[in-house]
Design a protein around this ligand. Structure first.
Ligand SMILES: CC(=O)SCCNC(=O)CCNC(=O)[C@H](O)C(C)(C)COP(=O)(O)OP(=O)(O)OC[C@H]1O[C@@H](n2cnc3c(N)ncnc32)[C@H](O)[C@@H]1OP(=O)(O)O
Ligand SMILES: O=C([O-])CC(=O)C(=O)O
Length: 376
């Protein structure tokens, strides 16, 4: 069994900041479980909605419960017209994560959570709405098209692809989306989830918690790494060119996006799963460079730095092969992680104390007041 990574130093590394029954990350150096279920079993066998239900309702659904849950999510997809108006006013060059953040916040204005007894309703609504929300904005701002978001799609992943391309997606792509959304659904006290929990600890409303988490996920050191990885790998036309470029980046001490992890030591268990899907998709589209480039970057990073791909790296090529524009990669992460964030918000609310750590003061001992006219 691999040893767990030694966790010390800045960034609260290695400090327990609370309890959770939702997820374990890297306890044996590599593993990932949601409520005790291994990530590989979930990604191999479950639909995303089963996993969302597991996180949000505490158990795997039976068939009748799953059918009812999916039917409910399907019935909650429509976008309020005031939300459409807001989306239509956001420019095409806005960052799609800013669109998600604004869209979530606007939904909170229109359908405010007045009482925690409404939390499940509000969460299900967000899960149902998010794919259509981002793709409504994308299609309107980029193609001048007002799409119908009330599709016949059977799942959240299918809904994302359907509303993006305005047509029913093929089965392989739906299968990839289930696996991808499952891999991204939950990850213990990562930065965005912790953000959601800090917000929840003030007894704020669910839309504020999720909006805050979206802002936190946006950064390239967290969810934004899948887009940054794509921007990097698409510059190279073959594996040798990629190797030369990576060697140069390492010599300049550049960060290589999609590699490394705050908790895992020698692998991220999500990588081999999304990598296998990326390979399958590359074969389907007849790709001759991007997958080979990605594999070479992976082997050079391990050879040179013992750094491994995290969940984001092979998501880049997988999403690209499905015709998803790079700027929409991180919003897909939101469509998935909203389930984990919301489960953490509910867990925090159920056993709450306001999160308020201390700081080690490093400023001056004492400063003497100087009237404004005498200041330099
Ligand atoms: C879904 C997700 O959010 S997964 C994470 C997505 N983020 C990325 O892919 C961004 C690239 N990766 C990183 O920036 C980091 O690995 C993080 C933010 C994920 C983790 O950060 P940390 O916990 O501080 O990393 P860690 O302590 O393991 O770093 C050890 C050393 O490896 C280096 N290192 C870590 N990751 C990378 C990388 N991707 N490229 C180059 N060097 C790296 C660090 O700079 C550090 O070097 P130093 O000791 O000389 O300062
Ligand atoms: O756990 C982390 O720090 C980041 C991560 O992989 C995730 O949120 O999925």
């Amino acid at each position: 069994m691999a040893e767990a990574k030694k966790l010390t130093g800045a960034g609260l590394r290695g400090q327990s900041a609370g309890e959770t029954a939702l997820c374990t990350v890297g306890q044996s150096g590599a593993g990932l479980t949601y409520r005790g279920y291994d990530i590989k079993a979930l990604a191999d066998h479950a639909e995303f909605e089963e996993v969302a239900y597991l996180l949000l309702y505490g158990k795997l659904p039976n068939q009748a419960e799953l059918n009812a849950y999916k039917a409910k999510l399907k019935s909650l997809r429509q976008l309020p017209s005031a939300l459409k108006t807001v989306l239509e006013n956001i420019p095409a060059d806005a960052h799609p994560m800013d669109v998600m953040r604004t869209g979530c916040s606007m939904l909170g204005n229109l359908e405010t959570e007045h009482d925690f007894s409404e939390q499940h309703e509000k969460i299900d609504r967000m899960l149902a709405v998010f794919p259509g929300l981002i793709n409504y904005w994308y299609n309107y701002s980029h193609h001048g098209k007002r799409i119908n978001v009330e599709t016949e799609a059977d799942s959240i992943g299918e809904q994302f692809l359907w509303t993006l391309h305005d047509k029913k997606p093929e089965q392989l792509h739906i299968d990839v989306m289930h696996a991808s959304l499952i891999l991204y659904a939950e990850h213990e006290f990562n930065a965005s989830t912790f953000t959601a929990r800090v917000c929840a600890s003030t007894l704020s409303d669910i839309h504020s918690c999720i909006t805050a988490a979206i802002g936190s996920l946006r950064g390239p050191l967290h969810g934004g790494a899948n887009e940054a990885a794509m921007d990097m790998i698409e510059q190279w036309s073959d594996a040798d060119e990629a190797e030369d470029a990576i060697m140069g980046m390492l010599s300049r001490k550049d960060k290589i996006m999609g590699f490394g992890h705050a908790i895992y030591r020698d692998s991220d268990p999500r990588n081999s799963i999304i990598k296998a899907w990326s390979k399958k998709l590359s074969e389907q589209v007849g790709d001759t460079s991007l997958y080979a480039v990605s594999e070479r970057v992976e082997s050079v990073m391990w050879r040179e730095k013992k750094l491994f791909c995290n969940a984001d790296f092979f998501h880049a090529s997988a999403y690209h092969f499905m015709g998803i524009p790079t700027k929409l990669f991180t919003p897909i992460f939101v469509c998935s992680r909203a389930s984990g964030w919301a489960a953490h918000v509910m867990e925090q609310r159920a056993n709450n104390r306001i999160i308020r750590p201390s700081a080690d003061y490093t400023g001056p001992d004492s400063s003497e007041w100087v009237p404004i006219a005498e200041r330099s």
